[in-house]
Design a protein around this ligand. Structure first.
Ligand code: SAH
Ligand code: SF4
Length: 340
């Protein structure tokens, strides 16, 4: 909901300011799902507000619960008819992480990603990003009484092509008066948008940065992450080095494993040298993501080949994690979000 508009509306109507605080608390603290659930307001005011303000800018169109457990995917309808997808992930017992979208579609068009296939439809507003959180938090509270512990900007879209709205949404999520998550519980994943990384280092040095690398040579990266043609590896290396130097934070390096394309021993060695050219291994966590099917020509490596690649990176001195493909039965795993 646009609280600025609500605030001026209430003022115009001569409603005392504590009513705004009641709406705020109902939205951000109790995760009310509709005007009817804002019980503190007198009924006539609630009725008036119903006519003037949509409670949320995103409306759940479909909710799918993974049979394998650990993931819930929401399809949300937007005012103009587009659909976006958002995924709740249960990575640790009773710890939920929410993967939010920042754009309808994505202009980067990585060939292995379902979101990129359709190109960009439009950016999401700050409100549409924050409301994904509020709607998912309301669902989780109702279904299990649990809370969302962290947010990852890893759904549909390249967050730094929509920097201002993403920044406003991070502020809403981390402001103690609103959602109140610690910035250390917020992570943004970029395909390597260099000016965005530089702004993010200044604006949110406490948040986590993840970079989708996928290749450490320009020829292959141009193909896998077409944004590399605009911001090649040399520029990305410089931006990451500056980021690490100014924030003293580690960077999460995402590396999708595509069998026969980027997972050979020599490519692991190249990844090692490229990362070392940026900073010491202690500044990185290498997060390997075995390819999730999205149609098209790619294949996930067999489990033992994933182990070999992970083992090599560990021997080179890096912390390595292999991402679980939670939600792949409901097309809710990395790269499978399509929307409309
Ligand atoms: N656009 C941003 C964030 C969203 S994608 C980015 O690219 O960083 C989140 C992660 O999923 C990225 O690392 C992305 O490269 C990866 N991904 C995309 N398609 C995938 C697929 N089919 N299988 C596995 N990972 C995929
Ligand atoms: Fe866009 Fe990320 Fe998908 Fe690439 S992987 S097309 S940047 S959403």
């Amino acid at each position: 909901m646009d609280l600025k508009k609500l605030s001026s509306f209430l003022e115009k109507e001569g409603v005392p300011p504590f009513r705004l605080k009641q709406v705020r608390d109902a939205l951000y603290k109790s995760f009310a799902g509709s005007w009817d659930e804002v019980a503190a307001l007198p009924a006539p005011l609630r009725e008036k507000l119903k006519g003037e303000f949509r409670f949320r800018s995103v409306e759940p169109a479909e909710t799918q619960v993974s049979k394998k457990g650990g993931a819930v995917k929401f399809a949300f309808g937007l005012k103009d008819g587009h659909l976006i997808e958002t995924v709740l992930l249960n990575l640790l017992p009773e710890k939920w992480s929410l993967c939010v979208s920042t754009q309808v579609g994505c202009p980067v068009r990585c060939p292995f990603c379902a979101t990129g296939r359709k190109g960009l439809k439009r950016n999401l507003s700050q409100e549409e990003i924050t409301d994904q959180f509020l709607a998912a938090a309301a669902y989780l509270r109702k279904s299990s009484g649990q809370k969302i512990n962290s947010v990852i900007f890893m759904g549909m879209g390249e967050p730094f092509y929509n920097y201002d709205s993403v920044a406003e949404a991070i502020r809403a999520m981390s402001d103690p008066e609103r959602i109140g998550l610690g910035q250390r519980h917020i992570s943004v994943s970029t395909a390597g948008h260099v000016p965005g990384i530089r702004r993010f280092a200044k604006d949110f040095p406490q948040c986590n940065l993840a970079v989708s690398l996928h290749a450490s040579e320009d020829v292959l990266r141009n193909e896998l992450v077409p944004l590399n043609r605009q911001y090649p590896l040399s520029q990305l290396a410089k931006a990451l080095n500056d980021y690490i130097f100014s924030t003293r934070r580690r960077v999460f390096v995402e590396y999708v494993l595509l069998d026969g394309i980027n997972n050979s021993r020599s490519q692991a060695a190249k990844l090692n040298s490229w990362l070392r050219s940026v900073a010491a291994p202690k500044y990185f966590t290498v997060n390997l993501i075995p390819y999730n099917r999205t149609g098209g020509p790619y294949k996930a490596p067999a489990k033992d080949r994933v182990k070999v690649f992970a083992g090599l990176m560990e021997e080179f001195g890096f912390e390595v994690t292999v991402r679980k493909s939670l939600g792949d039965d409901i097309a809710g795993a990395c790269g499978q979000l399509a929307g409309k």
